[in-house]
Design a protein around this ligand. Structure first.
Ligand code: ADP
Ligand code: MG
Length: 238
């Protein structure tokens, strides 16, 4: 089972402690959101989960495995960032297939896997197009497909909707939730947007200045804030 246990996690940059002694448990198949104002440490925590930055103390367990010091490519993790890092000279199909190259699959298997995942993100008819001919929302769906095609144990999403306009953002929000539920994929989603967090998440960890202020299901955070900070932050819609 792909649950995540974060214990006593601490991250410092030379003169700054971003967070210390973070403890969180994320359930297998849960849509878990890190919510909080800019600079509170959300992306840094996500990068620790991905192995893109080293932790100074504490451990990260994914299922049965301690992944704290594993290289990113050995963690079975998919990640999508705010900006779509697609290869401009590769088609949608080639972009998505790229992640599969390191796995020992034959051409037919690769085609099947890519076709299946493009259907899932509703991009089947765009397979032979190049990124520049796609909208922002479509590019993010390619990025999502690329991270899902390797069948990760956990999906990490860092503000994947922030660069998109409001209408597309809403649609992609629903698509991400539908896909996550269909795959029952353990997901950690980072956002500063309360409405996004409230509508998408099973549970939300509200952060401020490197601390988890409250960790609860959306309704509880909204109806029973445990602090002034929670009440104020959840009350202000963008
Ligand atoms: P968020 O994603 O919540 O906006 P970040 O995790 O990006 O916040 O940043 C948290 C804090 O850590 C900020 O004060 C930021 O300036 C600092 N920080 C992030 N990355 C680095 C880095 N590579 N070197 C030094 N400080 C950093
Ligand atoms: Mg960030």
């Amino acid at each position: 089972m792909n649950s995540v246990a974060i214990s006593h996690l601490t991250k410092r940059f030379t003169e700054k402690t971003v967070f210390s002694d973070i403890n969180l448990t994320i359930q297998d198949g849960e849509f878990f959101t890190l919510l909080g104002p800019s600079g509170c440490g959300k992306s840094t925590l996500l990068r620790c989960l991905a192995g893109l930055t080293q932790v100074d103390n504490g451990t990260i367990q994914l299922g049965e495995q301690d992944i704290t010091h594993l290289a990113p490519q050995k963690r079975d993790i998919g990640m999508v960032f705010q900006s779509y890092a697609l290869f401009p000279n590769l088609t949608v199909r080639e972009n998505v297939a790229f992640g599969l190259r390191i796995q020992k699959l034959d051409t037919k298997q690769i085609k099947q896997r890519v076709d299946d995942i493009l259907a899932l993100v509703e991009l089947g008819e765009f397979a032979e197009r190049y990124p520049h001919s796609l909208s922002g929302g479509q590019r993010q769906r390619v990025a999502l497909a690329r991270s899902l095609v390797v069948r990760p144990k956990m999906l990490l999403l860092d503000e994947p909707l922030s660069a998109l306009d409001a209408r597309i953002r809403k649609h992609l929000r629903q698509q991400i939730c539908a896909i996550q539920r269909e795959l029952k994929l353990t997901t950690v989603f980072v956002t500063h947007d309360q409405e996004e967090a409230l509508t998408m998440s099973d549970r939300i960890a509200l952060m401020n200045e490197g601390k988890i202020i409250q960790c609860d299901p959306p309704e509880k955070l909204y109806i029973e804030p445990s602090s002034d900070f929670t009440a104020r932050f959840m009350g202000q819609y963008n």
